[in-house]
Design a protein around this ligand. Structure first.
Ligand code: FBP
Length: 277
């Protein structure tokens, strides 16, 4: 091949390497105050600062925040962990027929101004408003591309034709769609087994895939086993919110997730080592 890489392709590679690390990365997702509201937060954890401090102290590869929270809490994350700014969002307060569209809540330029290593945006594949979501995504991805910023897609199939968001065919379709529209990194639902997730990773054709945490499992061990299953079949890591910040001991759960993702401990060893039930 002749020629040298473009400035932006170098920038994208450098930024991506701060998030996607070998053998795997733990990203803390923390946009839940916007997306879900108080229902997600135990009474003693209403202050996001308390949660974010604990997670960053325990050590994660990156945090994914809204632009406003990235600004407000920069004293916690800056210089300690990579930053992904999520530039789309919605609240659960919307009426049901408006739940399948996210709004633009920040720009790529603002994310760069904040020091972001990547931008993230949700696409609800199969939504009646899929057209608007894909158009938003394309604008975000194209702008990010120009500045050498990787674009993470939360590839979430949901809509009236989708019966089971977690079924293999549905997740596969969402991941292939995300690849087709240029995602640099994909966050998607767990399909419930190691073998099925292997197909999801293969379908991404080398674009890194991270498992989305989802609602808190019945036990820490159950979640750690899910992490192990996806890591065994080539996932790039996981983007986890509730399974960490709703855990009785946030720091212990963060460390256990990280150890399993990095292959430093089995789920059983990680749970026992951190005293998790
Ligand atoms: P969780 O690990 O808590 O599932 O967080 C990941 C995430 O994608 C968040 O970024 C987002 O707020 C939330 O899940 C979306 O949840 P829902 O699936 O209820 O829309």
């Amino acid at each position: 091949m002749y020629g040298v890489a473009s400035y932006s392709s170098v920038g994208k590679r450098v930024r991506l390497s701060r998030i996607v690390r070998e053998p795997g990365s733990l990203v803390f997702a923390f946009d839940h105050w916007l997306e879900h509201g108080p229902a997600d937060f135990p009474e003693d954890r209403l202050d996001p600062r308390v949660i974010l401090e604990a997670v960053v102290d325990a050590g994660v590869d990156a945090v994914m925040l809204t632009p406003g929270d990235a600004r407000l809490f920069s004293d916690i994350w800056a210089g300690r962990t990579a930053l992904i700014v999520k530039v789309t969002g919605k609240t659960s307060l919307r009426p049901p027929d408006a739940q399948l569209l996210q709004s633009i809540i920040g720009t790529v330029e603002e994310a760069i101004a904040l020091g972001a290593d990547a931008v993230a945006a949700t696409v609800y594949w199969g939504s009646p408003q899929e057209d608007a979501m894909v158009s938003q995504w394309t604008l975000i991805r194209e702008t990010a591309e120009r500045y050498g910023v990787p674009a993470l897609q939360l590839a979430y199939p949901r809509g009236p034709t989708i019966r089971d968001r977690h079924s293999l065919d549905v997740v596969l379709y969402g991941v292939r769609a995300a690849v087709s529209v240029g995602a640099d990194l994909i966050k998607t639902y767990y399909t419930g087994s190691r073998d099925s997730f292997a197909k999801v990773v293969r379908a991404a054709s080398g674009v890194p895939v991270m498992m989305s945490g989802g609602p808190a499992r019945h036990s820490a061990l159950e979640f750690l086993r899910d992490l192990k299953a996806v890591m065994d079949v080539g996932a790039a890591g996981a983007v986890v919110g509730r399974n960490i910040f709703q855990a009785p001991d946030i720091k212990a759960m963060t460390r256990a997730c990280r150890a399993v993702i990095r292959g430093e401990a089995s789920p059983e060893e990680a749970a026992a080592g951190e005293g998790l039930a």
